[in-house]
Design a protein around this ligand. Sequence first.
Ligand SMILES: Cc1ncc(COP(=O)(O)O)c(C=O)c1O
Length: 321
Amino acid sequence: MQQAAQGQCLAYGDDPWTAAARARFCQVLGADVEVLFFLTGTAANMVAVAAMLQPWEALITSYHAHLYEDECGAPEKFSGCKIIPVDRADGKLTPEDVEPLLAVRGDVHRAQPRAISITQSTEFGRVYTLKEIRTLADYVHRHGMYLHMDGARLANACASLGCTLKEMIIDTGVDIVSLGGTKNGLLHAEALIVVHPALRERAQYLQKQAGQLVSKMRFVAAQFLAYLHEDLYLQLAAHANAMARELSQQLARLPGLRLAHPTEANGVFVYVPLEKVEALRKGGYFFLFDERTGMARLMCNYATELHHVELLVDHWARVLS
Ligand SMILES: Cc1ncc(COP(=O)(O)O)c(C=O)c1O
């Protein structure tokens, strides 16, 4: 970013940094894709959804998808389209979940499902396998639909599967990806990877309408150049995942604690006794994902250190004993 601050260049993405970051993404993905840079993941999702759907069409996603539950309805407001949620405990989607919802196709009284959105890694820290994604993509394409991937934590999923971005996005057949940077160490930096040619022009104009064609785009793009250099994004994510594995293993050994989901990326989900939440939080804030069951969410990131994990586990051990 210091280098990008030197000298003058054109604004709104017409600068060498943005061109270089786009070219680097195309090289890494081994494909000619459109890449648009954003300040927030919510805005990237808004544009992705609006690019895929006509006003009478609908998006199918998990009930727990961030773009359905946690974006204040922004993708629906921006696209003017309905989102149809599917309730599954692990937050993953399969063709079997989607199939019954396609029965309304051709019925003018019903919003027409045109796209599916999956989150990788999911809101419960699960990771779709490449085969699961390919199966969904094939299914979706057979039905003339699009597949969106909300990859706010895509680097963690790549690190977890030991796969490349190309294998994750291009080889599986995903059409459009909101690729996160901020949660993995960047500063207000997200990217929208538009693979399907029919979505490219729409996404460009929608980005401007969403107020995300920022004038000093070079500072976002420069970060992605560093992020992709020598797989820095994978190193940061692998570290976060390793810390989560450690935390998960240590918490699972504490009396009365039970993991709610397998730890496959950088999130740890564990059931905690509701009456002890406040005391446990004195060891560090955590999000109570489900106030009914006591499912708590603990996230590790690029900056989490082993002693953070140990401090938290020691505190929890004292509270729970
Ligand atoms: C899966 C997922 N998608 C999108 C977002 C949105 O990101 P932002 O907070 O940058 O709008 C988040 C943020 O928590 C997220 O977890």
